[in-house]
Design a binder for this molecule. Structure first.
Ligand code: C2O
Length: 536
């Protein structure tokens, strides 16, 4: 396997956006960070050195890291953080994956500015399942804050009144023409008439689901989360935090300038959201006209989102597990903790906001990682009694009684046997507010076999599952006030986090983790811990 070596230096840098300058955390002084450009089969080594004032880890979002959770990156899950002055070398092999993923910090909210594209090309001599595009552009959608991100996080943890809203959405780190002081920096892509272009769209935003479109041009979806899809054409896509969508576009319009634009899809009732529109410019060479702005769906246009996700399919028949060994129902949503009146208790009736899965609000350990606790048998770090179904059954999307609003805090994991066929139904709740949730599973791709609105009905909904050609993803957007069903084979041993990729919800406890045991023989066994794993 070809060897790829990179050095990532995590360092502070003063960056100016929206007429304001402040120090942000970057990789190699770049914002967004460097693109990791690799091929399927490559052995990759990235030495990360932390020269910033905050702890950091790097997660390679969507890479399966077979037998190798040591390189996965979530802080206190698979490793302890790289402290200021420390370093850690991530070593991993790209195994049977092609397409667009991304990397990001996985330590508190440092990922707000510490992220970049991870482009996996086919092996040498292997081509894409579509004609080779003339141009390939990573499009990283993100958010910009005028304030230090850790202070924004503190606010998110305590406030109920006004959740942290970013000051602008961004494309490749730039707010674009419609935001103040931003014209100079707007990203421009110059194309020749007739060019075919692959846009690798990545939602790196902390808290915003995003619509994305390009004025006057059709988008042909060819992959999501680094898995090819059956191509289909659309005007607009919706990308949740953590998700990627590859689209092909042909520069077949009147030579001119066209905006690509992204704006929030927001479903939480009465909650403010970033309502800015971020833009970049697709400009045909030598065109001088004013750029054309595309229409975007309304912020709450769930119909467009549903129609889009219903079109996602695998290119042909796929091997969906049919005999299920573990059938899990995870009820997800909000809750409130009692707290004594004070600035930390800004939820209704002097409560503190929380989020949970099956009523457990997840707490990370702080002195050892879960993976090290598991492999070294460290007692009293976690329990394995995460409930496979909700401890209390109720009308999840109905009028939920107040008594059910109080989750319990815990570090609860769930054991899976190697090779188990797993089905998880993720069910949104209307506790406080219904909202769609982009739920990400580390270490796996899963088949999205079904989704719907209201409460999942175990006697009628499975009959409608797509067991022929469902799409594969690593992050599923659970519909607002609805459910999504996923299936996968537990064939990757280790400790793997599952969580909402909206960081406010993650900070509030919307997470759990699986322990997947070893199988038989060396190809099904967890690799030993690297010697330079950061000390806890
Ligand atoms: Cu993209 Cu746990 O993260």
């Amino acid at each position: 396997n070809p060897e790829i070596y990179h050095e990532f230096t995590v360092q502070e840098k003063t960056v100016t956006r929206l007429c304001k300058s402040h120090k942000i955390i970057t990789v190699n002084g770049q914002f967004p960070g460097p693109t990791l450009d690799v091929r399927n089969g490559d052995a990759v080594t990235v030495k990360v050195t932390n020269k910033a004032r905050y702890n950091v880890t790097i997660h390679w979002h969507g890479l399966r890291m077979m037998q190798n959770p040591w390189a996965d990156g979530p802080e206190f899950v698979t490793q302890c953080p790289i402290r200021p002055g420390g370093s850690y070398t991530y070593r991993f092999v790209i195994q049977d994956q092609e397409g667009t993923l991304w990397w990001h910090a996985h330590s508190r909210w440092i990922r707000a500015t510490v992220y970049g594209a991870l482009v996996i090309r086919p092996k040498l001599g292997v081509s894409y399942p579509f004609p080779k595009p003339k141009l390939e552009l990573p499009i990283l959608l993100g958010e910009w804050w005028n304030r230090d991100i850790i202070s924004v996080l503190q606010q998110a943890l305590f406030s109920g009144a006004a959740p942290n809203i970013s000051d602008a959405l961004t494309i490749n780190g730039q707010p674009g023409d419609l935001l103040k002081c931003s014209k100079q920096g707007t990203i421009r892509y110059s194309v020749n008439p007739g060019d075919s272009i692959l846009l690798r769209v990545i939602n790196a935003a902390l808290n915003q689901q995003l619509f994305f479109t390009v004025a006057n041009h059709k988008l042909t979806v060819v992959a999501t989360d680094a898995v090819y899809t059956k191509p289909f054409t659309t005007n607009v896509i919706m990308v949740g935090p953590g998700q990627t969508t590859d689209v092909l576009l042909t520069a077949d319009q009147k030579p001119g300038r066209y905006y690509m634009a992204a704006r929030a899809y927001a479903t939480a009732q009465n909650a403010p959201f970033d309502n800015t529109t971020t833009t970049a410019i697709l400009e045909y060479k030598s065109a001088t006209s004013q750029p054309i702005l595309p229409p975007l769906p309304a912020f709450n246009d769930t119909n467009t989102v549903t129609a889009f996700s219903n079109q996602l399919k695998s290119p042909g028949k796929v091997d969906v597990p049919t005999k299920i060994d573990e059938s899990l129902l995870f009820v997800v949503g909000f809750g409130f903790f009692n707290c004594s009146p004070g600035p930390r208790c800004q939820g209704p009736n002097n409560t503190r906001f929380g989020a949970s899965m099956n009523n457990v609000s997840f707490v990370l350990p702080s002195t050892v990682s879960l993976l090290q606790a598991y492999t070294n048998k460290v007692p009293n770090v976690y329990t394995t009694d995460f409930p496979p179904t909700p401890p209390v059954k109720f009308d999840y999307t109905g009028n939920v009684p107040r008594g059910l609003w109080q989750p319990v805090r815990g570090t609860k994991l769930y054991n899976l046997k190697f090779g188990d066929n797993v089905q998880i139904v993720l069910q949104d709740t209307s506790i406080f507010s219904t909202e769609d949730h982009p739920v990400h599973l580390h270490g796996y791709h899963f088949y999205v076999v079904g989704q719907g609105f209201g409460n999942f009905n175990p006697s009628s909904d499975p009959a409608r599952f797509n067991l022929i050609d469902p799409p594969q993803r690593n992050t599923i957007d659970v519909p607002v006030g609805g459910w999504a069903a996923i299936r996968f084979v537990a064939d990757n041993p280790g400790v793997w986090l599952m969580h909402c990729h909206i960081d406010t919800h993650l900070a509030w406890g919307f997470a759990m983790a699986f322990i997947v045991g070893n199988g038989v023989g060396p190809s099904q066994t967890l690799l030993p811990a690297p010697v330079d794993l950061p000390p806890c």
